[in-house]
Design a protein around this ligand. Sequence first.
Ligand code: SF4
Length: 284
Amino acid sequence: MTLAPRSPAPRKPPARKKPRKRARRKPNPYLAWRKRLDRTRPGLIEFTLDELAGLYGQHTWARRWDPTSELVLTILTQNSADVNAEQAFIELRKAYPSDKPVEKHNAGPGWGGAGLPDGAPPDWAAVDIAPLEELVEVIRPGGLPNQKAKGIKAALASIREARGDYSLEFLGEMSALEARNWLTGINGVGVKTASVVLLFSFGLPLMPVDRHVERVAQRVGLLPKKATADQAHDYFLAMLEPDRMLEAHVNLIRHGRLVCHAQRPNHMICPLRDRCRFFEPKAP
Ligand code: SF4
């Protein structure tokens, strides 16, 4: 019996590939806000900066302190007047003197203190190993000494563990956001503190947002009403040209301190009045 040749099994048609859904990119809320401002209130950012520059001047960057001193000083200013933070820093220098070169310290723009006298930075290794209670007494003039002594010791220990010493000069080689991420990785160092250190020590384009900056910007309408203080940093990064961040930071602080007070802002002498939504809710 001859077998009839087997007809090949019918081939399954190849499964049709489902068209891949294109992954939708999440819109960047900071850029979206910038675009919205450009569309609905054109020129507002430039107007604000130009008017404030007319009042308070423009500022060129110059280093104030080495970055580790800047970090510790910024921790000392948290919820305290700048002059008290300066006094606490002077006490740190006295209690833990170092043989490092003397730094020429100046108050610099935007600083509300009297300015530190020239001096060598404290011996950070000695501060790191100092008993906590001792450090609390040394920095007491700065206010909130328990909280700040812990913060300073934690920051110094983190830097030593990560780098083997206390220098933060390496941050100047990083991009602004990489450096900010590195610093905020230290327990207790927030976006504002990190931005202050990097803007003032290296001139990196970051925008520290304190309560004055936030208040003025919110009132004018530069920030969305529901933006948190941390988010405000990134809204500004999306809005400002890198070379205007120092100027924006310094002048918004000055305006908040001198004119746009939390209570009874002095609208009548304010050059932002024509475009301020706090003064005129329908301002352009
Ligand atoms: S107009 Fe008044 S509320 Fe608006 S920025 Fe000036 S001082 Fe502040």
